[in-house]
Design a protein around this ligand. Structure first.
Ligand code: NDP
Length: 449
C-alpha cells in the first residue's frame, strides 16, 4: 500500500496509478463469524465494539467487471458499524451468506470475516472491464447503495430493488480499510475544497437526510415548513438541520446537552430544545406512555415557533415515536429511518388518523439522491459535520463513542491518509466558502466555540 500512497501523494497521473501493483492483502477492520455470539447475555449498552472490531490483513478479493479498486484515504463511523460490532439486531454474517448464494461475484462476500464501513473517500486504482465513467486516478467520495443494475426492480427507485444492500454492512469489503471494492455506480466526485476525512463523512448520513426531507420519495419539505429534528447535532440530524435551513424551512432541533445547544445555535438553528434539561419522560413505565409529556413537548414547540411541525424527523424510535406522532401538525408527516432505542413502536393511532397525519418510511438514498447531496456539499451549501478524527487502529474507540452517544456529528477515520488535513485540491474554493463554516464541528470538539 505504501507504493500506492506515494503515487497518490506525489500527484501521479492516472496512467501511473494504473500501473502501481494491487497488493495481495490489505489492512482492514472486521468482525469475526466465530465471535458473533460473544455478547450473549450482555446488555446492549455494555457491549463494547473495541472487543469485537479487529484491525488486520485480509486477502484482496478479485475485481468484478462493474467494480473499481479504491485506495481508501478516509472513512467514517456510522451507526451501522456499531450494529455490526455488537451483532444487533442480528449478526451481519446472515447478510453475507445470502449475498454469497446470489451469484459468482456475490460468493466473494461469504467469508468468516466481515470488513465493515459504509463511507469512504479515496482514489480509483483500477476499473473493471464494464466501468465506463471512471478511471484510475479519479478522486471520489463513495455512497453505500449497493444495487445490481441488471435487475428490473432497480430501475425506478433503486432503493426498492430486490437486491438493494448497504455496502460494508450487508456486503463485505467495506470502507474502514486501506483498500476496497466498490461498484462504479457508488462513485461521486470528491468535493475538492475538502480534506480526505471531511469528504468521507457525508455520503451515508447526508444522503439519508436528503431523501427523508428533500427527495421525492419521502417527506418532500417545502419552503416555510417547520421541521422538528431529533438528535439535531447527530449524524443524520446535523445534515437534516442544514438541509432545512438551506431549503427555507424552520428547524426545531432537539439535543441533550448545553454544549450541543451552543453548537446547534452556531449552525443557525434558533429554535432549540434541550431534552435533558426539560426532563421529558414519555414512558412512565416500560408499558405506559404519558400523553401529558407529549403535550408538554408540543406546547414547547408552539412556544418556540408559534405552530406545530409540518414534518417530524424521527429516528430514536420506541422512546420518541409516540411523541413524534402527537406533535406533528394536522396533515403533517412523520418521516422515519431508524429506531435506535427500540423498533417495537407504540403511538396513539387516534392522533394519526383523526388529524390525517402520515408516517413515511425512508431508507438511505438512491444514486441520484446521493449525487444531489454530494453536489450540495460540493457547492458549499451544506458542510461536512466532521467533529473528530481517529486512526484505523482506533476504530473500536470511535465506534464505542458513537454507541454511547458521546460524539457530535460524524467521527472520521484516517485509512491510507497518513495524517489529517490532506487532500484539499481547491484551496480558493475553501477560502470562499469559509474555513470557519467548514470546520464548525471540529472547532466545537476542540472547545473553541
Ligand atoms: P448519532 O448517534 O450520530 O445521532 C443520533 C442522535 O439521536 C444522538 O445525537 C442523540 O442526540 C439522539 N438520540 C439518541 N437516542 C435518543 C433517544 N432515546 N431519544 C431522543 N434522542 C435520541 O446517530 P446517527 O444520526 O448516525 O443515526 C441515528 C439512527 O439512524 C441510528 O439508529 C442509525 O442506525 C440510523 N440510520 C439509518 C439510516 C438508514 O438509511 N435507514 C442511515 C443513517 C442512520 P441528543 O442526545 O443530543 O438528543
Amino acid at each position: 500500500m505504501q507504493e500506492i500512497l506515494e503515487a497518490i501523494q506525489s500527484g501521479a497521473s492516472g496512467d501511473d496509478i494504473a500501473n502501481v501493483p494491487i497488493p495481495e492483502s490489505y489492512r482492514a477492520t472486521y468482525v469475526l463469524r466465530s465471535e458473533q455470539e460473544m455478547f450473549e447475555g450482555v446488555a446492549s449498552e455494555d457491549k463494547d465494539p473495541r472487543t469485537s472490531l479487529h484491525v488486520g490483513e485480509i486477502a484482496t478479493p478479485e475485481l468484478a467487471p462493474d467494480e473499481v479498486y479504491l485506495a481508501v484515504m478516509a472513512s467514517a463511523i456510522n451507526f451501522n458499524t456499531v450494529w455490526s460490532s455488537i451483532f444487533e439486531p442480528v449478526s451481519t454474517f446472515g447478510f453475507l451468506d445470502r449475498l454469497g448464494k446470489e451469484s459468482v461475484w456475490g460468493a466473494r462476500n461469504a467469508q468468516d470475516f466481515h470488513v465493515v464501513g459504509s463511507d469512504a473517500s479515496g482514489v480509483v486504482l483500477r476499473v473493471g472491464s464494464a466501468v465506463r465513467n471512471w478511471k484510475p486516478g479519479d478522486r471520489v467520495a463513495v455512497h453505500c447503495n449497493h444495487v445490481d443494475d441488471q435487475d428490473p426492480s432497480a430501475h425506478n427507485d433503486s432503493m426498492l430493488a430486490a437486491n438493494q444492500r448497504i455496502w460494508g454492512f450487508e456486503t463485505n469489503y467495506g470502507g474502514l480499510a486501506d483498500l476496497s471494492i466498490v461498484k462504479a455506480n457508488q462513485l461521486m466526485p470528491k468535493p475538492e475544497h475538502l480534506t480526505w476525512e471531511e469528504s468521507a463523512v457525508s455520503a451515508l448520513c447526508g444522503s439519508t437526510s436528503y431523501r427523508m426531507l428533500v427527495g421525492e420519495h419521502a417527506a418532500r419539505m417545502k419552503q416555510g415548513d417547520v421541521v422538528f429534528i431529533w438528535g439535531a447535532t447527530g449524524g443524520i440530524g446535523a445534515y437534516a438541520t442544514q438541509l432545512v435551513l438551506n431549503g427555507g424551512g424552520t428547524p426545531v432541533g432537539v439535543v441533550s446537552s448545553e454544549s450541543r445547544v451552543k453548537l446547534l445555535q452556531a449552525m443557525g438553528c434558533d429554535a432549540v430544545i434541550d431534552r435533558r434539561a426539560e426532563g421529558y419522560q414519555f414512558w412512565s413505565d416500560e408499558h405506559t406512555q404519558d400523553e401529558g409529556e407529549w403535550r408538554r413537548l408540543g406546547k414547547k414547540v408552539r412556544q418556540l415557533v408559534g405552530e406545530d411541525p409540518d414534518i417530524v424527523f424521527e429516528h430514536p424510535g420506541r422512546s420518541t415515536m409516540g411523541a413524534s406522532v402527537f406533535i406533528a401538525k394536522k396533515g403533517g408527516k412523520i418521516v422515519t429511518c431508524a429506531a435506535t432505542s427500540g423498533y417495537m413502536i407504540e403511538y396513539d393511532n387516534r392522533h394519526l388518523w383523526m388529524k390525517l397525519k402520515s408516517i413515511i418510511s425512508s431508507h438511505f438514498a438512491n444514486y441520484q439522491e446521493a449525487w444531489n447531496m454530494n453536489r450540495l456539499i460540493d457547492q458549499g451549501a451544506i458542510q461536512p459535520v466532521l467533529s473528530e478524527v481517529f486512526t484505523l487502529d482506533q476504530v473500536g474507540e470511535a465506534a464505542l463513542k458513537t454507541h454511547r452517544n458521546q460524539g457530535e456529528g460524524k467521527l472520521g477515520v484516517l485509512c491510507l491518509a497518513p495524517e489529517a488535513g490532506l487532500g484539499i485540491a481547491d484551496p480558493d474554493k475553501r477560502e470562499a466558502i469559509g474555513e470557519d463554516k467548514i470546520t464548525l464541528y471540529q472547532r466545537h470538539a476542540r472547545g473553541e466555540l
